[in-house]
Design a protein. Structure first.
Length: 228
């Protein structure tokens, strides 16, 4: 998605070999207009998928999910990392390791808000090791809900999360997606791997964007993972 590519070029900060900071517009200070554009793209990618609810995880995914949900006209449920007093009754729960914070959290969703009638789109800001999406898929499984797909803003394609998620679900339709490959400081649109040969408007930021076909060894990116 061009708007997100351009924003990463302009404001993204490469901290080291594993950290891309996008906190000025994505996961600390939030650009709601950018989120709306992302939501429109997800709505296009998942048109006809029957999505009737969006499921995300506390905390960085909530803002993106809420704005995206306006494009679908559906509610958002987020998995909570602690059980608060306002959650009564039975819950679904699963353990989710955190790449960013280290350690592991038990996340919960009230059984009132997920069930067999739901067809879910999973939303998150980053895909690294895949633990958050795996946790959300497990919550959906416990509830008997179907997972229509997953939308993520940025994938660290050098980490195993994308491959792990693809191994869990058959992708029914290959789509143009966006992946951030932190190791080589390239951003790749598409599931193949073909760095842009030459200059880039993002060179000053240490980032390159490239177009890649759906061929060869897949590095599926983080903008539309559609399941059957």
């Amino acid at each position: 998605m061009r708007e997100l590519e351009e924003r990463i070029c302009r404001d993204g900060i490469v901290e080291d070999a594993e950290v891309l900071k996008v906190d000025s517009f994505l996961n600390h200070q939030m650009d709601v207009e950018l989120f709306a554009a992302m939501g429109r793209e997800w709505a296009r990618l998942f048109a006809g998928a029957g999505v009737n609810k969006i499921l995300t995880i506390e905390a960085s995914g909530i803002g993106i999910a809420c704005v995206a949900a306006q494009q679908f006209g559906v509610p958002v449920v987020f998995a909570k990392k602690s059980r608060t007093k306002n959650i009564a009754g039975e819950v679904y729960h699963t353990d989710v390791p955190s790449f960013t914070h280290g350690g592991s959290s038990t996340v919960i969703v009230s059984k009132r808000f997920l069930g067999p009638a739901d067809r879910l789109l999973l939303i998150d800001d980053f895909l690294a090791n895949g633990a958050a999406l795996e946790g959300l898929i497990d919550l959906a499984r416990q509830a008997g809900a179907a997972v229509a797909g997953a939308g993520v803003a940025v994938e660290k394609a050098f980490q195993p999360g994308g491959d792990r998620i693809r191994a869990m679900e058959k992708i029914s339709q290959q789509q143009k997606v966006m992946a951030y490959n932190h190791k080589s400081l390239d951003v790749v649109a598409g599931s193949g791997w073909r760095p842009w040969p030459g200059s880039s408007p993002c060179r000053r930021a240490g980032l390159n964007f490239a177009e890649a076909p759906h061929a060869g060894k897949k590095k599926i990116g983080a903008f539309g993972l559609r399941f059957s």
